[in-house]
Design a protein. Structure first.
Lengths: 291, 324
């Protein structure tokens, strides 16, 4: 039981990080039909922004802020202006190829210009264990969970309780009508890219102390984000949260109690089952398609 | 373009036959690899470009074909029997993979096939009793034809080239047949195709099965060409690479995969002058190419060669199909 609680908490912590990545992923899909195959690399990169800032002498908190700001500019504004905007009208597939190429580009750039070795990454809190109902839970897991929950709550408030958030939702649901109602659709789309830039940077700060900062980190993270987004529902932010948490917990529990060799297979089997039996995802709406 | 076609084809043929005599062994290996990957890309072009079913699992089928041939020839079966069996196995598995496509489309289908690809990779890696896991299988024999051994790199290149020509001729013929028309109808408007009386269910499954078969046959050549196969070769990267070939070459265009494979196989090698940075340069080139010509290299050519006769239509794929 004690080990179950441990696994559950650490599973929830990784799941919360997956959820952050998956939320950004679904936001981009909803507002611009971008399937971002570089999303994993987007999480890998900000850690190196932070490390670079710390190398020139910035303290952790300042470096973290610089990392988030750079990530918003580079992975938000630049990504949209240079890659997504010129390609949006050509349909989904060319953009998919471009993001695949972008992921290769980011990976190789970090490898060649920074380091191919895994870099130790500072944790926001000192390593300590908490004792809880007889189980030992690392403080780090709890902090990760808390930060992720706070981020999600903030995002939820922004999307649902503010005028700006409702404009963004309208843009996602029906860009044409949104434009008729006087919503600056282009700017709303840009905002989702900015939010994605911030989300991946936060996810990067949370996960890099656990996995170490390495150029190949993005592969597994990107995959986890896709799966979380699909399981939960591609067109719902709360679907992505649920999907991420399910995935994180399941990953930890299956590795412990079932086969560790086929650990990677369980999420995929669930993915296929969800797509076949409930394609809109656990919490998703059915998307209507015109003939 | 129409008058240009046969002469361009003749020149390409002469180059394809003459080139191996001018190249060093590594060059011959590269063009053999081009021929093999072109076969797989033709298959994906059939599924994706013509029938419009997004598949990210073509690399898995190359893997299944490669392992079938490697294991069967090691057990003493003749190469060509193993080769055909690999294709047949992929036909069956591809048919089964088509069933999800009956339920979901577009990005959902992309993710189902992507998951399938990773599952195949995990099975290849973990079932060591069959596949020797991540140690891989080395030294698959190359076939002998009428008593001639094709162990020589150049001889094996001609085997690959001959099979490529054979399979692409078969594909060409099929795309001209009512089946090919049905595939395109499936891509353009499945509901209209259904209401015109096409059995879209069967054609969807068939599109997957045939595309996968070509992937498996390519794999059957891949094993004896590379002489070493391991699960990592057939991971998502291979599927992404094949997808890249189809889209960069020109999806839904017959010669798209040929051009795309040329770019994906040779470009990284030419970029080696940039030394450690060659993959960065390659990735940048692909992005630039996609931003400036999202219909692929052949789409760019079409735009360049007939600007007056037919102004480039917005949904380029459909019009190109009709006029060609």
């Amino acid at each position: 039981m004690a080990s179950f609680i441990q696994l559950l908490v650490s599973g929830l912590a990784t799941g919360a990080i997956y959820a952050l990545i998956a939320i950004g992923f679904t936001l981009l899909w909803q507002t611009s039909q971008t399937i971002n195959f570089a999303q994993g690399e987007f999480v890998m990169l900000p850690a190196f922004f932070v490390l670079a800032a710390m190398n020139v002498g910035a303290p952790y908190w300042l470096a973290a802020l610089i990392g988030i700001a750079l990530s918003v500019v580079v992975l938000g504004v630049l990504f949209k202006a240079v890659i997504v905007d010129p390609m949006m009208r050509h349909g989904v597939l060319p953009l998919v190829i471009t993001t695949i190429a972008l992921s290769l580009f980011l990976k190789e750039s970090v490898k060649d210009f920074y380091s191919s070795q895994a870099q130790p990454f500072p944790a926001p809190v000192a390593p300590r264990d908490l004792h809880f109902l007889g189980a030992v839970v690392s403080l780090q897991s709890v902090v990760v969970l808390a930060v992720a929950v706070l981020t999600v709550v903030a995002l939820h408030l922004l999307l649902n309780k503010t005028r700006l958030g409702r404009c963004m939702q309208a843009t996602a649901q029906n860009p044409t009508v949104a434009r008729i109602l006087g919503i600056p659709v282009g700017r709303m789309v840009l905002y989702t890219f900015l939010i994605n830039g911030a989300l991946v940077a936060i996810a990067s700060l949370l996960i890099s102390p656990i996995y170490l900062a390495k150029f190949t980190n993005g592969e597994a993270l990107g995959m986890a984000a896709f799966i979380a987004a699909i399981i939960g529902g591609f067109n719902q932010v709360r679907g992505a949260i649920l999907g991420g948490l399910i995935l994180g917990v399941l990953d930890n529990l299956s590795a412990a109690y079932l086969s560790s060799q086929y650990r990677g297979a369980f999420p995929l089997v669930i993915l296929i089952a969800v797509i076949l039996f409930r394609p809109q995802g656990l919490l998703g709406r059915v998307e209507e398609r015109a003939v | 373009m129409r008058r240009l076609g046969p002469s361009a084809l003749a020149i390409a043929g002469v180059v394809a036959i003459g080139l191996p005599f001018l190249l060093k062994p590594f060059g011959v290996y590269l063009i053999s690899m081009w021929a093999v990957l072109t076969i797989a890309a033709i298959g994906l072009n059939l599924t994706l470009g013509y029938a419009g079913q997004v598949s990210m699992a073509q690399g898995a089928f190359v893997g299944i074909g490669a392992y079938t041939v490697a294991l069967l020839t090691a057990a003493g079966w003749p190469f060509f029997v193993a080769f055909i069996l690999g294709g047949a196995l992929c036909f069956v598995i591809g048919w089964l993979l088509g069933y999800p496509a009956l339920r979901v489309q577009h990005h959902y289908l992309a993710f189902v096939t992507l998951a399938f690809n990773t599952l195949v990779f995990l099975v290849l890696r973990n079932e060591e009793w069959l596949t020797r896991g991540s140690y891989g299988i080395a030294g698959t024999d190359r076939p002998s034809l009428f008593g001639f051994s094709t162990d020589n790199a150049r001889a094996f290149y001609f085997v690959c080239l001959a099979i490529l020509v054979l399979l692409s001729a078969a594909t060409w013929w099929m795309m001209r047949s009512p089946w090919g028309r049905a595939f395109v109808a499936l891509r353009e408007n499945p509901i209209r195709a259904l209401s015109l009386g096409l059995d879209t269910r069967r054609y969807t499954l068939m599109a997957f099965a045939l595309g996968s078969t070509l992937g498996g046959l390519a794999g059957g050549l891949y094993a004896p060409l590379v002489q070493f196969i391991e699960p990592g070769s057939f991971s998502l990267n291979m599927s992404f690479n094949l997808l890249l070939m189809v889209i960069v070459g020109g999806s839904g265009r017959f010669f798209g995969p040929f051009v795309g494979a040329l770019i994906a196989v040779l470009l990284p090698e030419w970029m080696r002058i940039a030394e450690g940075y060659y993959l960065i340069v390659y990735a940048m080139l692909v992005m630039v190419l996609m931003v400036f010509c999202p219909t692929g290299v052949l789409g760019l050519f079409e735009k360049a060669f007939r600007p007056k006769k037919a102004p480039p239509p917005a949904p380029a794929t459909l019009k190109a199909e009709v006029t060609r």
